[in-house]
Design a protein around this ligand. Structure first.
Ligand SMILES: Cc1cc2nc3c(=O)[nH]c(=O)nc-3n(C[C@H](O)[C@H](O)[C@H](O)COP(=O)(O)OP(=O)(O)OC[C@H]3O[C@@H](n4cnc5c(N)ncnc54)[C@H](O)[C@@H]3O)c2cc1C
Ligand SMILES: NC(=O)c1ccc[n+]([C@@H]2O[C@H](COP(=O)([O-])OP(=O)(O)OC[C@H]3O[C@@H](n4cnc5c(N)ncnc54)[C@H](O)[C@@H]3O)[C@@H](O)[C@H]2O)c1
Length: 463
């Protein structure tokens, strides 16, 4: 029996971050991974997806090249894009495993299962610890109608695990985050995309109507055949393609299908019962605000414990769980302070409350708005779609939430996230010195509209 202060099960962003943070804080740590080090995010999610998104953006931007005096038309091939992401993923994975080694984290390959509330088995080894973190992530949800078939009917896991299937015509299924991202990406990487979506992209998400309008317009500019408001009722895998019978009576044939139909928490073969850890009706590990499971010294973080299935959330959860392991009850999860991003024909980022959330909380939201339309940096980039929207409380001037739509939203959101939760966030946005010309300056402009239009001059300028 090997003894540790902490055992972490799963090496995705949640587990890896928890192992690193707790080691840096002096704990002896074992981490167990049954598949690729780095989890979904590194191997089959955020990292390869963003690599492809960058290639897709380069291709999409080429439509503006001629008016800059650059000639030629760009096109991309999925095989080359797949090889590129593979190299990036391998480089990051090597740096992760190397860092764990240098920190002296005990790394175990194999599927873990609970023996009791302090003991975990992995292969022949038995590990014992004072604390355990479950960070086993999620698996794709596959609707009954779709027979998963290599090269024909794929999840995003299959897409990144194996070289891309042959064939130009692809059906992307689902109008959630994956569908919205991959319909754009694959359309720029040389595929003809048929998008089977039962609703408009990101309908029902927390993004504002102005944000969704820009997204929908940006997607419409690309050659994507959208079949909105219908599902496939029958899916047949043929020797040379896939036939889909849609709910509206039409039939479509494609070379292959990519599913973006949701994910489920993954606790398969973990034997959580042996530790007394409870799951909820959807299979998530039940946690309290400190991310403790029904067994107080066992924590659960990331996708396995949280329907907000993002790497950002998993990373934030890791910090919360480690803080509570080091000092019991010291830190509560604050999901509202974690940014969310979508990478499609336009980038969308948000944090905190939207107007509906604010009204539901009995607050009166004021909206500070600044568009990229005349931003000099955006004009120089031929990319003026989007805006910064800040949601502030009319009474106190507190920053309640924010949205950034447009190029580099994924970077800009940090400038907002950094001040989020500070009572004087608006004064900080107004008072800092900016690089010029920059997209980030629109945060300052949006702040100033809160003073000019909503009477928040005192909170913004301190007058
Ligand atoms: C295509 C795609 C794109 C995405 N893009 C983004 C993005 O741009 N930004 C973002 O924030 N999020 C993104 N996500 C979501 C993000 O990948 C997940 O939210 C994140 O990976 C969750 O991290 P985690 O640590 O909870 O679990 P995971 O990353 O799923 O890692 C869990 C690990 O646990 C291992 N494991 C499971 N059971 C056991 C066991 N019994 N024993 C040992 N090991 C086990 C698994 O093999 C896995 O490696 C994307 C997801 C997908 C599918
Ligand atoms: N940028 C990011 O942060 C990012 C990127 C990708 C994935 N993720 C996360 O991964 C998880 C999975 O993403 P997702 O887009 O698969 O899930 P999702 O829950 O966001 O969307 C699933 C979509 O599939 C639709 N759907 C379900 N069954 C269907 C069927 N039979 N036919 C047609 N449509 C069907 C649903 O109505 C929904 O629109 C999400 O939690 C997401 O947040 C995050």
């Amino acid at each position: 029996m090997q003894q540790f202060d902490l055992i972490v099960i799963g090496s995705g962003p949640g587990g890896y971050r928890a192992a690193v943070l707790s080691t840096l804080r002096g704990l002896s740590v074992a981490i167990i991974e049954k598949a690729d080090w780095g989890g979904c995010c590194l191997n089959r999610g955020c990292v390869p997806k963003k690599d492809w998104h960058h290639t897709a953006q380069l291709v999409a931007a080429s439509r503006h090249f001629t008016r800059r005096g650059i000639s030629g038309v760009l096109s991309a091939e999925l095989d080359g894009a797949w090889q590129h992401q593979k190299k990036v993923v391998e480089t990051v994975r090597d740096s992760y495993t190397d860092y764990m080694k240098r920190l002296g984290i005990g790394a175990f390959n194999g599927a873990a299962n609970f023996v009791d509330a302090h003991t975990v088995a992995v292969g022949e080894a038995s590990l014992n610890a004072k604390h355990i973190i479950i960070a086993t992530g999620s698996s794709p949800l596959v609707p009954d109608a779709y027979p998963l078939t290599p090269g024909r009917v794929l999840t995003t896991d299959d897409l990144f695990n194996h070289a891309p299937p042959a064939g130009k015509r692809v059906a992307v299924v689902g109008s959630g985050v994956i569908g919205t991202e991959f319909a754009f990406i694959l359309s720029q990487l040389g595929r003809e995309v048929l998008w089977i979506a039962n609703s408009k992209p990101l309908a029902g998400s927390a993004y504002s109507q102005p944000a969704l309008k820009i997204l929908h317009e940006a997607l419409a500019r690309h050659d994507i055949q959208a079949r909105t408001g219908c599902r496939a009722e029958y899916v047949e895998v043929l020797p040379d393609g896939v036939r889909l019978a849609l709910g509206d009576g039409s039939v479509e044939t494609v070379d292959w299908v990519l599913l973006g139909t949701g994910r489920r928490p993954h606790t398969d073969n973990l034997v959580v019962d042996a530790a007394g850890v409870a799951l909820d009706a959807q299979g998530y590990v039940k946690v309290n605000a400190y991310l403790q499971t029904s067994v107080p010294h066992i924590y659960a973080i990331g996708d396995v414990a949280n329907p907000r299935m993002t790497a950002n959330q998993a990373l934030a959860d890791a910090a919360v769980a480690v803080a509570n392991i080091l000092s019991s009850g010291s830190r509560q999860q604050d999901a509202g302070a974690v940014p969310e991003l979508v990478y499609s024909a336009v980038e969308l980022g948000r944090i905190g409350m939207n107007e509906d959330d604010a009204e539901d909380a009995g607050l009166e939201p004021a909206v500070g708005f600044a568009a990229f339309e005349t931003n000099p940096r955006a004009l120089g980039q031929d990319d003026t779609d989007g805006f910064v929207r800040l949601i502030a409380d009319m009474d106190s001037g507190a920053l309640l939430g924010a949205e950034v739509v447009g190029a580099e939203a994924g970077e800009m959101i940090h400038a907002i996230a950094q001040q989020f939760g500070h009572d004087d966030a608006l004064a900080r946005f107004a008072g800092m010195f900016y690089n010029h010309p920059a997209r980030t300056e629109e945060i300052q402009n949006a702040t100033e509209t809160l003073a000019a239009k909503w009477g928040l001059a005192q909170q913004v300028f301190g007058e």
